[in-house]
Design a protein around this ligand. Structure first.
Ligand code: VAH
Length: 314
């Protein structure tokens, strides 16, 4: 992996993955693309609507890319609001990225999600290989995406790799469109108003991970020796299993008066309830040395510090 085209470079993962890859491989070796223009950022940028397969392939060819990281997608809650658009964007974009990888011989990464599991999946210690009958359009997209990526590996020899991300917590982009985004918003509101009304119900556990660990996992998987990989699309990865109260308790170690209340959103609560409580990441640990650095308290400390700095410079 040396010259990388990223789609969805303005998204929650893409916006930080771009910087991480520029640090490792050099600013000149990363082409960030998105449907919206990227302002005041270093490096190479191109406008790309991922449903335009011809332009995607032309950009990758002109950039002499050897890797495509397909990050553009509509997240779970937004997808439930517009399922047909979600199917066309999530599956059309993915197919274009896989075809670009096949035609140009590129290494390929795209994230799956704990959203690829459903209510009939074992909820505690969810295995790497298990029942996947999601009840959301996002989940259907993720399961179909995993199967497509494995198909392109077995049928065409494309080096496809992926992880099933849990909810990701980051301070760079504001929360948007996901079900797990309460775990991002709670930190903003803790600093802004000292309280947060959670749209996810008390006691609803979901897997989460701090963004620095997520970015390192992508690089580690893409750099792993292919001979070690028994699985490819996609590896369970997680750092913690938390409910809103656990996050609030961690925040209170810094802001003792922080108040958590509940204003449950039935749509996003229904999605969250269909997902696992805690997944098993032992296959990723065994096959490519997956590990995390941030516990809940370490994530909370860093999030609050970074958001204070962000607000101070706003
Ligand atoms: C979402 N943040 O909430 C995404 C993620 C595991 C959740 O896929 O849709």
């Amino acid at each position: 992996m040396k010259r990388i085209l990223i789609t969805g470079a303005l998204g929650q993962i893409g916006s930080e993955l771009t910087g991480k890859l520029q640090e490792i491989y050099g600013v000149e070796n990363v082409l960030a693309t998105d449907i919206r223009p990227i302002e005041n950022k270093d490096g190479n940028f191109a406008l790309l609507d991922v449903t335009d397969g011809e332009r995607m392939q032309q950009l990758a060819k002109d950039f002499n890319a050897d890797t495509i990281m397909h990050m553009a997608a509509l997240l779970s809650a937004k997808a439930e609001g517009n399922p047909l658009f979600a199917w066309n964007l999530n599956m059309g974009g993915l197919m274009n990225a896989l075809e670009t990888a096949r035609n140009l011989g590129l290494q390929f990464f795209t994230p799956s999600s704990i959203g690829a599991f459903g209510p009939s999946t074992p909820k505690i210690g969810t295995p790497q290989d298990t029942l996947q009958r999601p009840t959301t359009m996002y989940g259907v997209n993720k399961v179909a995406g995993e199967l497509l990526c494995d198909y392109y590996f077995h049928r065409f020899g494309v080096d496809t790799r992926g992880v099933r991300f849990p909810g990701l917590v980051s301070y760079v982009t504001p929360p948007g469109g996901g079900t797990t985004d309460y775990a991002v918003d709670i930190y903003y509101k803790a600093l802004e108003q000292g309280s947060y009304a959670s749209y996810i119900a008390q006691g609803t556990h979901m897997d989460m991970m701090y963004m620095p660990d997520a970015l390192q996992a992508i690089v580690d998987l893409m750099e792993a020796d292919a001979a070690q990989l028994e699985h490819r699309n996609a590896f369970n990865v997680t750092a913690m299993s938390v409910d809103p109260e656990a996050v609030a308790a961690s925040i209170r170690k810094h802001l003792p008066d922080f108040k958590l209340t509940y204003d449950v959103d039935p749509v996003r609560q229904g999605i969250a309830a269909s997902w696992p409580d805690s997944i098993d990441a032992s296959a990723a640990e065994r096959e490519w040395g997956f590990q995390v650095k941030y516990s809940l308290d370490a994530m909370t400390a860093d999030m609050l510090n970074k958001l204070r700095e962000k607000f101070a410079h706003a």
